[in-house]
Design a protein. Structure first.
Length: 131
């Protein structure tokens, strides 16, 4: 993978290939609004398709702080994904994801996830009785 920053370091172009020309990916990304928004597109040479991604950083006052909203459209799979999750890996507590084929939005899948630590649970001790 080769990545090169363009101009003001708010834009970059990347070229990626692992086994040959059939899996070449060409990507372009651009930070907008001081880094609060990022738009990127990737062209996949093998399928002659593209994907488009947009990420928006939400303020710390939204839903408990540090969230990001991401939208992704993939031409090959004809899928649209919307994700709301924490932008802080230390506070990655919950996320919501909506995935739908763009030809049939009524078939959308909605996933709500909540992370927790087993160390914070107080479980009763279980003991086996000896003979």
């Amino acid at each position: 993978k080769v990545t090169h920053a363009l101009g003001d370091d708010l834009a970059s172009i990347s070229l990626e290939a692992s086994t040959g020309l059939e899996d070449v990916k060409l990507g372009v990304s651009k930070d907008l609004n001081g880094g609060d928004d990022k738009v990127s597109t990737t062209f996949h040479a093998d399928s002659k398709s593209f994907s488009l991604d947009w990420t928006h950083q939400l303020g710390s006052s939204f839903a408990g702080g540090g969230r990001q909203l991401a939208a992704s459209v993939d031409q090959k799979s004809q899928q649209v994904d919307l994700t709301l999750e924490s932008s802080d890996s230390d506070n990655d507590d919950w996320a919501v994801k909506l995935s739908a084929p763009w030809s049939s939005p009524k078939d959308a899948d909605i996933t709500v996830g909540r992370k927790f630590s087993m160390g914070s649970l107080k479980l009763p001790a279980i003991r086996a009785k000896g003979e």
